[in-house]
Design a protein around this ligand. Structure first.
Ligand SMILES: [Zn+2]
Length: 448
């Protein structure tokens, strides 16, 4: 029975695998270990039985990686398994996204809000059983949300008791985190956080009706998107009411040196609330960001209809550039103050952000934001591992850890765009071919 299962595993994944030897030696490779330490030239990285090792047996397969760099697999902390079809409708990308995340170098992801939670659960199971290729998935439950007016794909919850019941039900199904959304009360937020914490589960939020300071004081663990979605500085702010549009118009006028921001950052750092940077989804609302997001491989990944819709309907938001500058200054100040910044692509928004490609863009955008390439890679691997409590196993390159590794041509410590030149992605020591993964789902984004 076990042998039959192993053979099936091999057959299902084999078309996408470049290297699957029990012992490998990656020779003459530049190492960026993910901790923020300087790149080391001409190293050998050993992989034995799926783990990074200090040495390998004599018969290990040797791979000459002169001119290449290896860094830890990315930990995508806002990496949904669905994609916007327009008009408040979302389609689950059960086939294309797991492969595109892996092809892009994402070896671990948190779904950070689910539209089809049962589908997400089954995708994870199939990946864990070796039936389909994909990253290690950390399941977030369905969005915890109240009376949202613009989509019917989120179940509308009412009252603290219903939030608690929902947390319990989905935690029983395997959710390891929850995300609170736009239209809820402080009382509901507090109830969800309390119920999750009782079970040792962390809660994040893409909030609107509740401000960041309030949420931090009510015990939330993580805030998605950063300042962009914080409504607490809106002059017309009413408790428990979401005025996203008005708030962001005013926010675009705010100075990065406004003392209220320093006070917010201090509060978040003191309470150990992490922030998830999602620069790709916001950059795509600027003219330049939209153009850069729709790179040739992204256009090829999209279905014909999706591509046509994106190119025809794109409207850039007039306040997007000002908001982007403010967000970037906020993220830098947050990190400088000792805050834990995570990274994720968030493949929603206007549809220009696609799994994997969006994550690479996210690393580049952190560098454009003023972080060094080494810092950007640490934020995108080590910090995520730390937040998930998995830093002993993933997030950096060290003997004993899982061999979750990205091999690129070039040197991203000097030229960050080299993170796009992925040649091998190792997940637990199995070396996948990113080109074959992407080719297998070409033209499917938007469909499945
Ligand atoms: Zn999201």
């Amino acid at each position: 029975m076990l042998i039959a299962l192993l053979l099936a595993v091999e057959a299902a994944l084999k078309p996408y695998v470049k290297y699957d030897g029990a012992a490998l030696a990656l020779e003459h490779v530049r190492v960026i270990d993910g901790t923020g330490a300087a790149a080391r030239e001409d190293q050998t990285v050993y992989i034995v039985s799926g783990k990074i090792a200090a040495a390998a047996p004599a018969g290990a397969q040797r791979i000459d990686l002169r001119g290449h760099t290896v860094f830890p697999g990315l930990v995508g902390m806002h990496d949904h398994l669905f994609y916007p079809a327009g008009g408040g409708v979302f389609h689950e990308m059960a086939t294309s996204f797991p492969r595109l995340y892996l092809a892009g170098g994402v070896t671990t992801l948190r779904t950070t809000g689910s539209i089809e939670p049962y589908t997400d659960i089954e995708i994870k199971r199939d990946i864990d059983r070796g039936l389909v290729p994909g990253p290690e998935i950390w399941l977030t439950g369905p969005y915890l949300e109240g009376d949202i007016p613009w989509t019917e794909q989120m179940h509308r919850l009412h009252g603290p008791a219903e939030f608690r019941r929902t947390v319990d039900y989905w935690a029983d199904q395997g959710a390891t985190s929850f995300k609170l959304y736009n239209f809820l009360t402080r009382e509901e937020l507090a109830a969800a956080v309390d119920e999750a914490h009782k079970r040792g589960i962390k809660v994040t939020g893409h909030l609107c009706s509740v401000g960041f300071t309030e949420a931090a004081r009510l015990g939330i663990d993580n805030l998605e998107h950063g300042l962009f979605v914080d409504t607490e500085f809106y002059s017309g702010k009413k408790p428990d009411v979401c005025n996203a549009r008005e708030a962001s118009l005013e926010l675009a006028q705010m100075s990065p040196t406004d003392p209220r921001l320093a006070a917010l950052i201090k509060e978040l750092v003191q309470r150990k609330v992490a922030i998830t940077s999602t620069l790709p989804v916001f950059a795509a609302f600027t003219e330049e960001g939209f153009r850069k997001a729709l790179s040739p491989p992204v256009l090829e990944a999209l279905s014909v209809e999706t591509r046509a819709r994106l190119l025809a309907n794109h409207v850039s938001r007039p306040d997007a550039t000002a908001l982007f500058k403010l967000e970037v200054a906020f993220e830098r100040a947050f990190v400088q103050a000792g805050g834990l910044l995570l990274n994720g692509c968030d493949p929603t928004g206007n549809g220009a952000v696609v799994a994997g490609y969006g994550d690479q863009r996210g690393v580049e955008l952190l560098v454009e934001a003023g972080f060094t390439p080494l810092e950007a890679l640490r934020i995108s691997s080590w910090n995520g591992a730390l937040f998930l409590g998995q830093e002993k196993r993933i997030g950096s390159i060290a003997p004993g850890k899982d061999a979750d590794l990205v091999v690129v041509k070039g040197d991203p410590s000097k030229e960050i765009a080299d993170v796009e030149k992925v040649e091998i992605v190792f997940k637990s020591g199995v070396g996948y071919d990113p080109a074959k993964l992407a080719e297998s789902v070409r033209g499917l984004v938007g469909i499945r």
